[in-house]
Design a protein around this ligand. Structure first.
Ligand code: SF4
Length: 418
């Protein structure tokens, strides 16, 4: 009966009926739901941990059953996050677009003769100042993986500037930008323990996508062939080291890069395992593959809406109440509201100043349009810092960052609205 009540309540609130109909998702008769599916969904509603086989059963739901799954993940989201949807206002700085890897879906990477070797320090600081003027609180540093190992010309340039590695340079720029008054959130790629310890002095949070836990994707013909930094054990080590150091961490999975459902589920459970051990993962991004002209995977099919809804909903159910689940709104411009009804409560970094260099063809939504869309369905949009409110404490932040952070927030832990 509990599931039936939750389903009917789901359909009645926040105009769920309307959004399901708009996206062609059938409303079902919950009284005739498959018996095994009912058992798993009721277990999830009771917040008992579901097992891998049960998660695999959820991957099999059809378009006519997916609203049942959404009702459950939406219930868990609503119970713990209310009707609050968050985002951070950021600037995106690609510190270097050189990379030693060769991911088949990449449009970020360039060769040394195709553009600047790196974002020069003066440009970084100018950009940080402009972002501060526009009210951004997050400076997202992104780089390719360990290009100094592959490109002599880049390594020599770094050395001439006084740095031994991309990590050294990103740490130095993080420290300068934090002193300017904006919070760095660095996505270096694989980092070792010592590097992470140094990043922690200036970064309130950092990120590394797990992407997928499958080593199969590193074989010839697969998306991560010839990508030493996509070796899953190396990524798990970096995320775990960050856990040892209590660094609030953003991670997530990629959907549609050639992985199968079991590999997706294994990846979600691996993130859960790491977070159960360290408790430092603050958000999980469910990022859909987006093809672009000229990449190796140009003709590869994109994930369907059903794939994405199931990935979001299962992630919410497996990761549980506290976890923040995010989809990038620029890659899901017509469906991000639908994903809220599957368990999403965060829309990530949105920039008023810079493009998404990883997906340059997909512009950010304007914040006021996002606000309007969200409020039409009865939700409330709030800006957060790159670090979420429940990590804003001295277990996770050093005194310097903590004291700076509390100047920006109100007593809810979100950025002050005025
Ligand atoms: S690691 Fe990142 S930058 Fe490098 S090839 Fe892969 S997706 Fe591109």
């Amino acid at each position: 009966m509990f599931l039936d009540d939750v389903y009917n309540g789901f359909l009645a609130a926040n105009k769920a009926n309307e959004i399901l109909e708009t996206h062609g998702i059938p409303i079902g008769d919950i009284s005739s739901i498959d018996k095994n599916l009912r058992l798993v969904l009721e277990k999830a509603l009771n917040e008992e941990q579901i097992l891998k086989d049960e998660a695999l059963l959820l991957t099999k739901v059809s378009i006519s059953e997916v609203s049942y799954l959404m009702a459950v993940s939406n219930y868990i989201r609503k119970k713990y996050k209310g009707d609050l949807i968050t985002f951070s206002k950021n600037i995106f700085i690609p510190l270097t677009q050189l990379c030693r890897d060769q991911c088949s879906y990449c449009t970020f990477k360039i060769e040394p003769d195709e553009g600047d070797l790196l974002f020069e320090p003066e440009r970084v600081l100018d950009s940080a100042k402009k972002a501060i003027e526009l009210g951004c609180t997050e400076l997202l540093f992104v780089s390719g993986d360990r290009p100094e190992i592959k490109y002599d010309v880049y390594r020599k340039k770094l050395n001439a500037m006084g740095y031994n590695s991309t990590a050294d340079y990103m740490i130095a720029m993080s420290e300068s930008c934090l002193e300017e008054g904006i919070f760095p959130h660095s996505n270096l790629g694989i980092a070792n323990f010592d590097e992470l310890e140094r990043f922690k002095n200036s970064n309130p949070s950092m990120g590394l996508m797990l992407e997928n836990v499958s080593e199969r994707l590193m074989k010839p013909g697969e998306a991560h062939h010839k990508c030493p930094d996509k070796y899953p054990k190396a990524r798990i080590k970096t995320i775990s080291d960050a856990g040892e150091l209590n660094i609030p961490w953003t991670s997530g999975i990629l959907i549609g890069i050639g992985e199968n459902w079991e590999e997706r589920i294994d990846s979600i459970f691996e993130l859960k395992r790491i977070n159960d051990k360290y408790g430092h993962i603050q958000e999980i991004i469910i990022q859909n593959f987006s093809p672009k002209p000229g990449i190796k995977m140009e003709g590869h099919p994109v994930p369907t809406d059903l794939d994405m809804l199931k990935s979001v909903a299962i992630s919410k159910i497996v990761m549980g109440q506290k976890m923040n689940i995010q989809v990038p709104p620029n890659l899901n411009s017509t469906t991000y509201m639908l994903h809220v009804f599957a368990g999403v409560n965060d829309l990530g970094g949105v920039s008023p100043l810079t493009i998404d260099y990883v997906n340059p063809e997909s512009p950010w939504p304007q914040i006021d349009i996002m606000q309007k869309n969200i409020s039409e369905f009865g939700f409330h949009l709030r800006e957060r810092l790159p670090v979420y409110p429940n990590f804003l404490n001295k277990k996770f932040l050093n005194d310097n960052i903590y004291n700076k952070a509390i100047d920006f927030i109100d007593d809810t832990g979100y950025v002050r609205e005025n």
